[in-house]
Design a binder for this molecule. Sequence first.
Ligand code: ATP
Length: 397
Amino acid sequence: MVQIPNTPTLVAEENVNHKRVKAQPLAQESAAMEHVAKAPPAPEPRYRGPALNEKSESSRKDRLPVTGEYFENDKGDRFIFRQKLGDGAMGHVFLSVFGGRTVAIKTEKYTTGMLPMEIKVLLNIKRQRGSHFCDIIDYGTIRREYNYMVISLLGKDLYRLRAEQPTRSFSLNTTTKIALETLEAIEELHTIGYLSRDVKPSNFAPGMREYGQHKTIFMFDFGLAKKFVDRENKKLKSRGEVGWRGTVRYGSLQAHKRLDLGRRDDIECWFYMLIEMYVGELPWRHMTDRALVGQAKLSIRNETRQVFFNRIPRQFETIMNMIDGYSFEIKPEYRHLKALITEIRMENKIPDRCKWDWQIEESQHSELTETTSVMSDLAILAEQGVTNYTDRAQENQ
Ligand SMILES: Nc1ncnc2c1ncn2[C@@H]1O[C@H](COP(=O)(O)OP(=O)(O)OP(=O)(O)O)[C@@H](O)[C@H]1O
């Protein structure tokens, strides 16, 4: 393991619609990141990439790696950036192989400084044996050029999987299974004292069939995560108005008021995410103005309430009422929420052993092509040298 740099100041950057905003890390967040920064020093990993421009020290710094290059960590393990899996707001995610397993490597420029928080969350979760999170295999910094973390590979994210459905929506079976899996993931994160502040479909993905993880939905991307307890495990008080955090489409009413976020807000994002998955869209899908999106979220609680809840199981209205009744400090009633989702399954006689919608698609597909999993899709793409496996542009529509 190698040292991660101190977190530099990030200028708040705002995107429209449901793209998220990465804000300047707060004092507490920086402190949390420092914890990672103070890990025991290790020898600098050796660089084995393409020739660098040696004109000046600064021209060597702060870049993202490219497909085809590789680095070695201090233990001499070599990681090749084989193929780009996705582009994030802050860097690239690559496919690689380590110890006979296909893995993902998330990278960011050295000075970006968002990865330390993600690493800290994943290390914490690993200690607590969380079941809905990627295993963190390695992390570090390469010659003050980029930071990386090697994590277990996941399938396509839920945003993309839904977009690939002919109806752009999931069945009640898949929606409720996702609801239970993702709620468990959020609860696990809260149990170790962290908020996500960016719960959304593109931050969840099923595991790989090859590793027997395809029945589990994993949560990833903790760039906006924040601790909500202090060192003595005491809940931190609301800091009042702190500015916008999160993704507009899924942001909570509190987020729209630019207020400090708590566990309840992660649950509210989860609620919007589920409705979108089941219905295929949210009423504010085409709105780009944050204030208008906020108004639309208020409207489903008032004048458009009936139309909104007309097409969906009544339990969702109960869930929204529960969330709206939660204060900043309150611990969400995860068990009660799970019971309501289970009630939907029972009322609709959904058997326990039921395939995900994308597995049904896959098995139909496999009859023709013998392609049986997302992993196989990946292998084929890699063979063909196809990059950009995740089409982020789609998400902006
Ligand atoms: N473990 C993984 N396995 C497979 N693909 C992954 C993995 N982690 C991330 N990806 C892909 O890379 C994309 C970007 O990753 P991630 O969301 O973590 O980056 P980010 O920079 O925080 O992005 P953004 O802030 O824009 O959501 C994801 O949407 C996903 O498709």
